[in-house]
Design a protein around this ligand. Structure first.
Ligand SMILES: C[S@@+](CC[C@H](N)C(=O)[O-])C[C@H]1O[C@@H](n2cnc3c(N)ncnc32)[C@H](O)[C@@H]1O
Length: 246
C-alpha cells in the first residue's frame, strides 16, 4: 500500500491540486444521495477526510453533521470545522467515535492507505447504525482506464494494481457482515479544460504521479499538452468508482 506523510506545505498543495471543484461533482452528489438517503439530523463519518472538501460538500448538499476523521495533523488543520463539521484525530482501524453514532461512512481515496481491512470493517460495524451504508470512492485494479492520470500517465495503472481490489474489499468487509450493494463508475470534472488540468497538476501532491520516473512523468505531460492543444475546449473529466456496502 502507498504510505505518505503530510506537512503543512504538502497539505496545502493537496488542497490546491487535488480538491475537485464542487461544480464538477454533480454525478457524485446524485449517486451518494441515491445510495445513502442522507438528511438533516443524520451523521456521516468521513474517514481519511484529508482537507475536508467532501466533508464540507456533504454538509452543504444534504444538511448532515459530519465527523471527519483524519490522522495527519497538517491535513486535519485545513478541514473547515464548524458546528456541523468536527475534525477528529484518528484512523480507520480504531475510530475515535462512539458505538452506533453514524448513518453512513465515506472513504474518499483512502482505501489503499489502510493496513488492515477486516479491522476497519469491524470498526464500521461498531460505529454504524444498523443498515447504514459504507460509501467507498476509490480507484480499483483493472477498473481505472478512465482516470485522467492513467489516460495520460499509463504507468500509474501499475500503482493501482497494488491497491485492494473490489473482490478483496468485499471479502474483508464480509467478515463483519457487510455485503456489496452496488458498484458504479462515476465522472467528475476536474477542470474546465485539459489545459487548466495540466496547469493545476502538482506532482508532489499526488502519490501516483510521485511514483513515476522523471522520464515517464515528462512523457505523460507531453501527451497531456498535446491533447490539450488538439482539443482546447475538452473538459478534464476523470472517472472513479463508487462501491457501496451495507
Ligand atoms: C488521498 S487523501 C484523501 C483525502 C480526502 N478523503 C479526499 O478525498 O480528498 C488520503 C487521506 O487518508 C488519510 N489516511 C492515511 N491512512 C489512514 C488511516 N489508516 N485511517 C484514516 N485515514 C488515513 C491520509 O492522511 C490522507 O489525508
Amino acid at each position: 500500500m502507498t504510505g505518505t506523510t503530510y506537512d503543512r506545505q504538502a497539505a496545502e498543495d493537496y488542497r490546491a491540486a487535488r480538491e475537485i471543484p464542487r461544480s464538477g461533482l454533480e454525478a457524485w452528489r446524485t449517486a451518494v444521495a441515491a445510495a445513502a438517503r442522507l438528511g438533516p439530523g443524520m451523521t456521516l463519518l468521513d474517514v481519511g477526510a484529508g482537507t475536508g472538501a467532501f466533508a464540507a460538500a456533504f454538509h452543504d448538499w444534504y444538511g448532515v453533521e459530519v465527523l471527519a476523521v483524519e490522522p495527519a495533523e497538517a491535513m486535519r488543520a485545513l478541514i473547515p470545522v464548524s458546528a456541523a463539521i468536527r475534525a477528529l484525530d484518528g484512523r480507520a482501524e480504531a475510530l475515535p467515535v462512539e458505538d452506533g453514532c453514524a448513518d453512513a461512512a465515506w472513504f474518499g481515496s483512502v482505501l489503499h492507505y489502510l493496513s488492515d481491512l477486516p479491522a476497519v470493517a469491524r470498526e464500521l460495524r461498531r460505529v454504524l447504525r444498523p443498515g447504514a451504508p459504507v460509501l467507498i470512492r476509490n480507484a480499483f485494479p483493472g477498473r481505472c482506464d478512465r482516470d485522467l492520470r492513467v489516460r495520460f500517465f499509463p504507468e500509474t495503472a501499475r500503482l493501482v494494481d497494488a491497491y485492494p481490489s473490489v473482490g478483496q474489499v468485499c471479502t474483508a468487509f464480509a467478515t463483519a457482515g457487510f455485503q456489496q450493494m452496488s458498484l458504479r463508475s462515476l465522472p467528475q470534472r476536474s477542470a474546465p479544460t485539459l489545459d487548466a488540468f495540466a496547469r493545476g497538476l502538482r506532482r508532489d501532491a499526488d502519490s501516483k504521479l510521485r511514483a513515476l520516473s522523471d522520464e515517464d512523468y515528462a512523457r505523460g505531460l507531453a501527451r497531456l499538452h498535446a491533447a490539450a492543444a488538439a482539443a482546447p475546449t475538452e473538459p478534464a473529466v476523470s472517472w472513479m468508482d463508487l462501491l457501496v456496502l451495507s
